[in-house]
Design a protein around this ligand. Structure first.
Ligand code: M6R
Length: 588
């Protein structure tokens, strides 16, 4: 959720840290801060706002010093205030820390430290780390200090601390922390994107590792103080770059990257797909777990795997996984889907299933992520970095990869491989209707409630469309199985309601038209998304005809993403950074 970064080397730290924070801003963006060590002093600057605003406010980029740490925050403990922004420091201002995760026992620690005379300045759980380090630092032994501190902390965390003498330490426990190694210095970061501009040499710290960077040398220990060796991995980001190109927002750029994402799906690393499909095909029961948008992809994956590949599947929202374990055993496979590969709920589900002895398969965008690293086999969706907090191209990429996998498992009767180019073309045709969709957004701007209806494989798209509208425009939206309408939700429909019906010309079409008429009778405005017009629709958004109707989810989600995007713009909301949300939810 939060991003943390540290640098020690020959270059000026401040501009590097600011740039790194910009690259990782998607992880959290309610407040920003850096601490620079200069002349034996820890200089902290922090404030509420985004990286650009805070950098400008304090001229962060020109602070002198070759060692520093930085942070962007997504509030968990304590409101969004300057005091609660990181870095935090103890009473003597000799050590500053940045932290990601949750310290579960922070209350006990805080009370204990207050009893010892420490004074706290923030409401955060993080500040206890600074005070603990300070209290163990009496003999200036940074290794002992860090070990003692880590032993006291409970929870999932990663932190980096900068000491007044220019040394840096970092430690992780169930939150990622990665060293970037370059000539004459090191980065230490929660995300490879924090240093990828400068080096592709990454050292992924293991759980309960401690890193100390001192005089341009890196030392690694475990919590028992034993030296450990971790290999250096070469990391690479293929695909699109991190800038917005010709687009006003990342989200719009990412929406427009989708045709290319569909075209690319499943073409690389066929050996890996074979290994993955072999595990999947050999399984009695597959449990599919994910959160948010990735969960909507899981619902479609279940439909395809059970109906076409004839594999018995269950889907479980990751946060519910710990409560739903009755039947999972060591003969089951857990398929975890996650763009980031760092979602805490998903990682927890995978950990629990691994303990039970199940095999873990995963579908991720980030091959170096914690989820990929704990999986028996993983596949990459290869859509390049997704910066917009709302998942768009990663959803299409996950979906396309699932189609490619199922196609392979059922001897290509699904027709995804054969129709991929055609599908990409159809996606472009949908995106070409952007102006029309923008006009529809204009009509919906005053909507209080928007309902999205779909049946069968289109129902998860109704859920996904509703999630996009909620996240981006803050309008209440709800995905409903069309057949359930008369079992309750119809009571909500009146002349002020807007209903979007996802209705390609397949087995679900006629029943949806019946639902549409029932809604029309109650005075609501109906927006039909289909390849076939009908007089029941007040507004019609035409999808291209793509033959294989089971492939429609890939193109029918696109108008919903564009609609949500323009609703955000109309309401003056930044679509890249919706309020209260973070790109990867690394806390439970
Ligand atoms: O990185 P993940 O795919 O595991 O993320 C899961 C959800 O947090 C994510 O899809 C979230 O719901 C997005 N904001 C949806 O747009």
């Amino acid at each position: 959720m939060c991003s943390i970064i540290g640098y020690k080397g020959q270059l000026n730290a401040a501009p590097l840290l600011v740039d790194s924070l910009k690259q990782m801003e998607y992880r959290g963006y309610d407040s920003v801060g850096i601490a620079i060590i200069n002349d034996g002093k820890v200089i902290v600057r922090k404030s509420v706002g985004n990286v650009s605003n805070v950098t400008e406010k304090f001229n962060l980029g020109i602070m002198p010093g070759h060692t520093g740490i930085g942070h962007t925050r997504w509030a968990t403990h304590g409101r969004v205030t300057e005091e609660n922004a990181h870095p935090h420091y103890g009473c003597t201002n000799s050590i500053a820390i940045v932290h990601n995760g949750v310290i579960e026992n922070h209350r006990e620690l805080r009370n204990e430290l207050i009893g010892l005379g420490h004074r706290f300045k923030s409401d955060t759980d993080s500040e206890v780390i600074a005070h603990l380090l300070e209290s163990y630092y009496a003999k200036k032994d940074i290794k002992k200090t860090t070990i003692e501190t880590c032993r006291r902390l409970k929870g999932a965390y990663a932190f980096v601390a900068a000491f007044e003498d220019g040394r840096i330490c970092g430690s992780r426990c169930d939150q990622p922390l990665i060293i970037g190694s370059l000539d004459g210095g090191y980065f230490i970061s929660s995300d490879v994107l924090g240093f990828l501009k400068h080096t592709d040499k990454a050292i992924f710290l293991h759980n309960r590792d401690i890193a100390i960077i001192e005089s341009n040398a890196l030392q690694l220990f475990d919590f028992e103080g034993n030296a450990v060796n971790r290999e250096t991995t070469q990391v690479a980001w293929e695909g699109s770059s991190l800038d917005k190109g010709k687009y006003a927002f990342h989200t719009l750029k990412e929406i427009h990257e989708q045709p290319a994402v569909v075209e690319k799906a499943g073409i690389k690393k066929s050996g890996k797909i074979k290994e993955f499909c072999d595990i999947l095909g050999d399984t009695r029961t597959v449990y599919i777990t994910a959160s948010g948008t990735s969960y909507h992809c899981a619902l479609i994956a279940k439909y395809l795997l059970s109906n076409l590949a004839k594999i018995h599947c269950e889907t479980i929202v990751s946060s519910e996984f710990p409560y739903t374990l009755e039947s999972i055993d060591n003969s089951s496979v857990l398929l975890a889907i996650s763009q980031s590969g760092e979602t805490a709920d998903v990682l927890e589900a995978a950990r629990v299933a691994k303990q039970i002895g199940s095999k873990i398969l995963s579908i991720v965008n980030i091959p170096t992520s914690s989820l990929a690293r704990m999986s028996d086999s993983f596949l990459e969706i290869e859509c390049g970095p997704e910066v917009g907090v709302a998942a768009t191209k990663s959803f299409t990429a996950q979906l396309s990869l699932i189609y490619a996998i199922v196609d392979r498992l059922c001897n290509y009767v699904l027709g995804f491989q054969a129709n991929k180019i055609f599908l990409a073309e159809a996606s472009r045709e949908v995106l070409d209707q952007e102006t029309k969709i923008q006009a529809i957004a204009g009509k919906l701007r005053q909507a209080r409630d928007i309902y999205l209806l779909g049946r069968s494989i289109h129902y998860p798209i109704a859920l996904e469309g509703a999630l996009k509208i909620k996240e981006l425009s803050y309008i209440h939206a709800e995905g409903i199985v069309a057949g359930e309408l008369k079992h309750g939700p119809l009571a909500l429909i009146d002349k002020n309601t807007y209903v979007i019906i996802i209705n390609p010309d397949d087995r679900t079409h006629c029943d949806n038209i019946i639902s549409a008429r029932e809604i029309k009778t109650r005075g609501a405005t109906i927006i039909g998304i289909s390849n076939k017009p009908n007089e029941a629709y007040d507004i019609f958004l035409k999808l291209p005809f793509i033959g294989e109707s089971i492939l429609y989810p890939i193109i029918e989600v696109l108008p919903l993403q564009i609609l949500a995007y323009y609703l955000a713009l109309i309401k003056n909301i930044d679509p890249d950074y919706p309020r209260n949300l973070a790109k990867s939810v690394t806390v439970k």
